[in-house]
Ligand binder design. Sequence first.
Ligand SMILES: [Zn+2]
Length: 235
Amino acid sequence: MNIENLLKYQKLDEELYRVEQKLVNSPYKKKATELANIAKKSQTKSTELETEAEKLISEIEDLKQKFSINKAKMDEMLNCDISSLTLDDIEKFNVLKAKIISNLNILEKMLQKSAENINLILADFNRTIKTFNEAKSQYSNCKQKIDEESKIYEPEKNRISKELKSLEKDVDVTLMNEYKKKRQDNIFPVIVPLENGTFCGRCRMELPKVAISRIKDTGVITCEHCKRFIYMPTK
Ligand SMILES: [Zn+2]
């Protein structure tokens, strides 16, 4: 099979590849990816903080309820007439009262701590939302720059694509389709020469003799390692 036309095609396709690479490697593109990651992380974090806050709020409700139960018990005891109680009962009464006072103290401290935690979560939440908004706004700036860059190269890309289209006609259909598939998988160059009659011209993997002997019949073989087409260069 004649692969000269495919090589000619690839030579021109390399120009297109270079333009594409310029766009892919644009600093704006890298920045946009970074910003998208930051935005995504911030979003996850804000959801986590919301869940945490909800849990804490329900804990606070629980503490408040316990506090009011203890408080009611305390009020009841303060209004109790102990003059009619026996010494033994007074002793029990005092033990219980001390226990309730201790409970109220503990619950008050816990409520205070929970309030502090809620404030910390809220501050963290606000910071996270701020980070998210900043990343989002910077991302849209980046996106605009990327679009501008892409527009600059558009005429060149169109010109090459048009020329490629006309070269395409001279290449074997199956080979062309395979080439395009590999190209889409970001493989470039797609077709490389056999090196020293033994190695893949790209990844330098040694090819089995049986495979090499097939090049003459099929025009190309596929490197099992880097998936490129390998052709026999004319000496
Ligand atoms: Zn290879």
